[in-house]
Design a protein around this ligand. Sequence first.
Ligand code: CAA
Length: 382
Amino acid sequence: MKIGIDKIGFYSPGYFLDMADLATARNADVNKYTIGLGQDRMAMPPITQDTITMAANAAVGILSEEDLEAIDLVILGTESGTDQSKAGATAIHHLLGINPYARAIEMKQACYAATAGIQLAKGHIALNPTKKALIIASDISKYGLNSGGEPTQGAGAVAILIAANPRIMSLDNDAAYFTDDILDFWRPNYSDYAFVDGQYSNEQYQRFFEATFNRYMEDTGRTLDDFNALTFHIPYTKLGLKSLRMVADIDTRPDLFENFNHATYYNRTVGNIYTGSLYLSLISLLEKGSLAAGSRIGLFSYGSGAVGEFFSGVLEDGYKDHLVSDHQTMIDARKRLSIHAYEAMYNVSLIKDGSHQILDTTHETSPFYLKEIKHHKRVYNK
Ligand code: CAA
């Protein structure tokens, strides 16, 4: 039985900062951001969008009434969740109106968690083939104003429906994974912003890619010739490109580099969305590329701390007919922030003392958003 991605869609908030404006404000050469890092813009969330609302906004665009009845597993992968105890997936489950006979959990392993969710879902569907699993990766990436990581921020969510006989991509039963206890990027409970050892994190990312890619090839007997595209976790697009160059040569496999360009289309303009970045790259490739049905795609997932995984999938007949059609419209509709507006939005925070905070939601056009905080509880519109 084939199991894999039946539906996939993303959401990103309605504001962005252009790298040219950030470069001017930080006295940096814009080419460092656009060429050196390979990023053009980054999404910026208003205070009314959090991990839960972005996740629900991503999922609402792909789910039918039939899906809401068939889903019995909801997994939120995030490293910027809203609660230490209650899983964000329970609120998402409610906002979307999924039937109550479902498991809802939140998973954490930095940017890797959604991949773990997908693999768990695959096993779940193998045992329960008439059911469906909703996996959502949702994150806000923040390193602080004037920080080294500032040009690699972003915000957004990707929702993935895992089912038997998938219409977009079936997942191979092959995966290679690797864990090592390192501190390349982490966020202690007391900190709003991640700490990162930037160059060390780049090195570790590539070490984990090499380890999992080689292991996968050894285990499966496949070679690069068996792949039509390689996709990567994309903290910034240049790191994916450098990793592709580790295993492929542009002269012998120009198609892999062309597909890599397609596969970074939305990442260049949305920025790093942590858990969802690999899957935003996959959406970019499926929408903007022209891969034939039957093409095999390699996926490298990396979560600092760290866990890496290389796995693969094969595109199904007619997959293009089942993609979400209005992602580009959503991106085109975003509003450009001045550097002052960006910094002001950055510095807005929710109250923490239990008093009643009613948020200004007049700017909101998304289906789901945060309305108020009352008695330490987040109140969403539905
Ligand atoms: N024109 C063109 N290119 C330029 C340039 C210019 N004027 N100036 C610099 N560059 C190039 C540099 O040569 C470099 O390219 P190469 O790596 O190919 O040599 C690139 O721009 C970046 O320059 P630096 O390395 O000097 O940049 P930096 O040290 O200021 O910051 C960073 C880079 C470490 C990635 C930083 O942005 C950061 O800390 N980001 C957050 C951490 C991160 O994304 N890590 C990735 C791996 S961890 C992970 O994947 C998990 C996750 O999601 C966070």
